[in-house]
Design a protein around this ligand. Structure first.
Ligand code: IPE
Ligand code: IPE
Ligand code: MG
Length: 253
């Protein structure tokens, strides 16, 4: 796992994470059922994935279904599961042809065997993709992620319970979901809300936060470009002063 060092002070973020919000409101504003918003949202996933890869983003992580989204009405959860199953089948070839590697992160055991098989097949088919890694977070929660990391550390190293000072930050990072990706540089939330909703916590400690009032089904490549442009203008200080960062930049020229 990468560290939040100042080498990340480059124009294009290596790792972009998106909270794809606003599908339900998009549909309700059109007097359509919420699920229609999710269907349109799934189309946006394809457009934004391709646009991010074209822009040179190395890792794109999308929040598709949170640990808490099971609390929604059963028919909406069912519709989301069907859309997920269909998308895994439909997008696998397209992802492979675009050199995009798909990974899915979250507590997957709660999904149906059909979805779990679809995930495995899609991950295998796209495993050689080198243009970008697309991580879909499904039944994911930032707290679940940290808790699972702690549990797996303790089950691998029971001795550590007696020596808690042996637990290091990098040990935790290595046991988190998507430990294949560097830390998040830019976190985007669409749909106007300004909250994290239990998305990535640990790996987003120094992410730049960008919120857009555009609802996810309407979030096109030009909206992504706006976020990338905004990111390019940020000064990431990682606890240092602006003067220190400027001196580092001059030194590296
Ligand atoms: C995001 O859109 C998709 C999921 C959470 C699965 P919402 O369904 O949350 O849309 P709003 O926030 O109700 O508009
Ligand atoms: C966050 O959106 C989860 C996803 C985008 C998958 P929610 O719509 O579930 O978040 P809250 O409930 O408004 O905080
Ligand atoms: Mg929402």
């Amino acid at each position: 796992m990468g560290s939040s060092d100042t080498a990340s002070n480059v124009a294009v973020p290596r790792h972009v994470a998106i909270i794809m919000d606003g599908n339900g409101r998009w549909a309700q504003r059109r007097f359509m059922p919420r699920v229609e918003g999710h269907r349109r949202g799934a189309q946006t996933v394809r457009r934004i994935t391709e646009a991010a890869a074209r822009s040179g983003v190395g890792y794109l992580t999308l929040f598709a279904f949170s640990s808490e989204n099971w609390r929604r009405p059963a028919d909406e959860v069912g519709a989301l599961m069907s859309l997920f199953a269909v998308a895994l089948k439909r997008e696998a070839l397209n992802l492979r042809d675009n050199g995009i590697q798909l990974r899915v992160a979250g507590e997957l055991s709660r999904f149906s065997p059909e979805i779990q098989d679809g995930i495995r097949e899609c991950e295998q088919m796209t495993a050689n993709g080198r243009n970008m890694v697309l991580t879909v977070c499904a039944n994911y929660g930032g707290r679940w992620d940290i808790l699972s990391a702690m549990r797996s550390i303790l089950s691998e190293r029971p001795d550590i319970a007696k020596n808690p000072e042996c637990i290091t930050e990098s040990m935790i990072s290595e046991h988190l979901a998507f430990n294949w990706a560097p830390e998040v540089d830019l976190m985007i939330r669409t749909g106007g809300e300004q909250r994290i909703s239990n998305f990535i916590l640990w790996q987003a400690a120094y992410a730049e936060l960008y919120t857009s009032s555009v609802l996810w089904p309407d979030f096109g490549p030009e909206e992504l470009q706006k976020a990338l442009n905004w990111y390019a203008g940020r000064e990431r200080r990682f606890g240092m002063t602006g003067e220190q960062i400027q001196a580092q930049k001059l030194g590296s020229k």
